[in-house]
Design a binder for this molecule. Structure first.
Ligand code: PLP
Length: 437
C-alpha cells in the first residue's frame, strides 16, 4: 500500500514559519500571471473571455514552424538526448553568430555566445555576472520582469517612469541622472508591454552617454556600466519600423553590451525553451558555470534543430512571413476598431503597434461612474472590462507604473481576428450604454 503523504504533511505548516529563507519568501510572483489566473477562474465557469493578458502564444492560434517540430523529432530519434555542453552545442553557438552577422551586421568572434533554456536563464546569469548586492540597475517603467532579477541578486532596481509620447521607452534624458550610480541599464526593444520600438536617435543618444560614462570610469579604474539589451521581439517589427542595436549604432558598445535573445517569440516557441546571450567573452565565461549549475541549458535536440534553421532560414519556408502577417493582422484589427471608437467620441486611444505582440491602449475612464461603480484606479478599469465586456487586459500598473493612468496592454497571442472583433463590439456596446450621453 502506498504511504499517504497528505496525512504525513497534515499539520506541519509551522515548518514554513520556522524557515526564514528570506530570498524565496521575498520573491513576488508575476502580477500578470495573477491577473491571468483570475481570468481562468471566470473562463472555468463557462464565460467566453477574449483573453489579451499573457505574453504567450496559444498553440491553436499560433503553432511553431513545422520545420522546428520535425527537426526536434529527428534529433531526438538520432539519439541527441544526453547533456549538452554548459555553453551550448558548437553548431548552435556558430549559428547564432551567423544570424548576428547576416541579419544584424555584427561579426562577433568565438567565445561570445551563451545558450540557455529560453531568454530567462541568460538574463538571470547576466544580472548575476554584473551586479553586486546593493548595486543599482536602472530601467524604464513600464517594464517586464527586470526588478525580479535585480531582487534575486540583492541589487537595487531604479525605475524611471516613461511617457506615452516617447512610446513608453526611456530617453537619454530619463536615464542620464542615474548613469553615474548605475552598474547596469536594462533596455528592451521592441518593448513588452508597449509594443513600441526604440528609434535610431533615441538608442544612439543612450549609447553615446554610456560610452562617455565608461570612458570616465576607465580613466579612474572604476567598474564599468553595462547595458543589457533585451531584443527577444526583434524579428517582430511592422511597417516602417526598423530594429536597431546598440552595437550597430555605436560599435564601442560591444565592450559594454549583453544581448538577450531567444526563439520564444519570433518562432511562437515559448514552451520549447531556447534562448541565448551575446556578450564580451569575460562575461560569457562567468555566465557559463551559473547556467551549468542551474542546469538551465536548452535540450540537445532543440539546440540541433534550432541551429539548422538559424543557419539556413530558407528551411522555414513561408512560415516567418505568414506568422508576422498573422500577428500584424490581429494588432491592426484591434487598433482599427479602438481608433474607430475614438473617432466616434468614445474615451479610447491606442499607440501605433511597431513591434512584438502588444498594443498599448488608453481607456480614459478614471473619475467616471459606470453601472453605479466609480472608476478610480486602473484595476477598476480592468475589472469593468472583464465583467462588462468579457475582455481581459493587463493595466500598466502591473508593469510597475506607480500612477493610475488608464493605459493598458493588449496581447494578441491567444486570440483570433474574430475574437478581437467580437470583443470590440462588446466594448463599444458597453461604453455607449454606460457612459453619460
Ligand atoms: C522582454 C522579454 N524578455 C524576455 C522574456 C522571456 O523569454 P523566454 O520565454 O525565452 O524566457 C520575455 C517573455 O515574455 C519578455 O517579454
Amino acid at each position: 500500500m502506498a504511504i499517504d503523504i497528505a496525512a504525513v504533511l497534515d499539520g506541519c505548516e509551522d515548518l514554513a514559519a520556522r524557515t526564514p529563507n528570506a530570498l524565496a519568501r521575498g520573491m513576488e510572483g508575476s502580477a500578470i500571471l495573477a491577473i491571468a489566473s483570475a481570468v481562468n477562474v471566470l473562463a472555468a465557469r463557462g464565460v467566453d473571455i477574449a483573453n489579451f493578458t499573457v505574453g504567450d502564444f496559444k498553440p491553436s492560434q499560433f503553432s511553431i514552424p513545422p520545420a522546428l517540430a520535425d527537426g526536434i523529432t529527428k534529433h531526438l530519434e538520432a539519439g541527441n538526448t544526453n547533456y549538452p555542453p554548459a555553453i551550448g552545442i558548437p553548431e548552435l553557438r556558430a549559428a547564432v553568430r551567423t544570424v548576428y552577422k547576416r541579419d544584424l551586421g555584427l561579426d562577433y568572434p568565438e567565445g561570445c555566445v551563451q545558450i540557455g533554456s529560453g531568454a530567462r536563464p541568460p538574463l538571470y546569469a547576466a544580472f548575476a555576472t554584473v551586479l553586486e548586492p546593493g548595486d543599482i540597475m536602472v530601467y524604464g517603467i513600464p517594464s517586464w520582469n527586470n526588478p525580479y532579477y535585480a531582487y534575486l541578486n540583492g541589487a537595487k532596481a531604479v525605475g524611471v517612469e516613461t511617457k506615452a509620447e516617447n512610446g513608453f521607452l526611456p530617453t537619454v534624458e530619463d536615464l542620464e541622472p542615474h548613469m553615474r550610480q548605475a552598474r547596469l541599464i536594462c533596455l528592451n526593444s521592441p518593448l513588452n508591454p508597449a509594443g513600441t520600438a526604440m528609434s535610431k536617435e533615441q538608442l544612439k543618444a543612450i549609447c553615446d552617454a554610456i560610452v562617455g560614462e565608461n570612458r570616465r570610469r576607465s580613466a579612474i579604474g572604476d567598474r564599468p556600466l553595462i547595458l543589457l539589451y533585451d531584443q527577444v521581439y526583434w524579428q517582430l517589427v511592422f511597417g516602417d519600423t526598423e530594429h536597431f542595436t546598440p552595437v550597430g549604432l555605436v560599435p564601442e558598445m560591444a565592450k559594454y553590451t549583453v544581448f538577450i535573445d531567444a526563439i520564444s517569440k519570433c518562432w511562437a516557441a515559448t514552451g520549447v525553451r531556447l534562448g541565448w546571450a551575446v556578450c564580451p567573452p569575460w562575461m560569457r565565461d562567468r555566465m557559463k558555470p551559473l547556467i551549468g549549475h542551474m542546469g538551465a541549458w536548452a535540450g540537445r535536440a532543440e539546440q540541433h534543430a534550432t541551429a539548422e534553421l538559424l543557419a539556413e532560414p530558407e528551411r522555414l519556408g513561408s512560415w516567418p512571413a505568414e506568422f508576422t502577417e498573422q500577428v500584424q493582422a490581429r494588432l491592426t484589427a484591434l487598433s482599427d476598431g479602438l481608433l474607430a471608437m475614438k473617432a466616434d467620441g468614445l474615451p479610447v486611444d491606442a499607440l501605433e503597434a511597431q513591434g512584438a505582440l502588444y498594443l498599448t491602449v488608453k481607456f480614459d475612464l478614471l473619475g467616471k461612474t459606470l453601472r453605479g461603480q466609480s472608476i478610480s484606479s486602473d484595476d477598476d478599469i480592468r475589472r469593468y472590462l472583464l465583467e462588462e465586456t468579457h475582455t481581459a487586459i493587463v493595466p500598466f500598473t502591473a508593469f510597475g507604473m506607480t500612477k493610475d493612468s488608464g493605459w493598458v496592454r493588449f496581447s494578441i497571442g491567444a486570440v483570433s481576428v474574430a475574437d478581437i472583433e467580437a470583443s470590440l463590439d462588446r466594448i463599444r456596446t458597453a461604453l455607449v450604454r454606460d457612459l453619460p450621453a
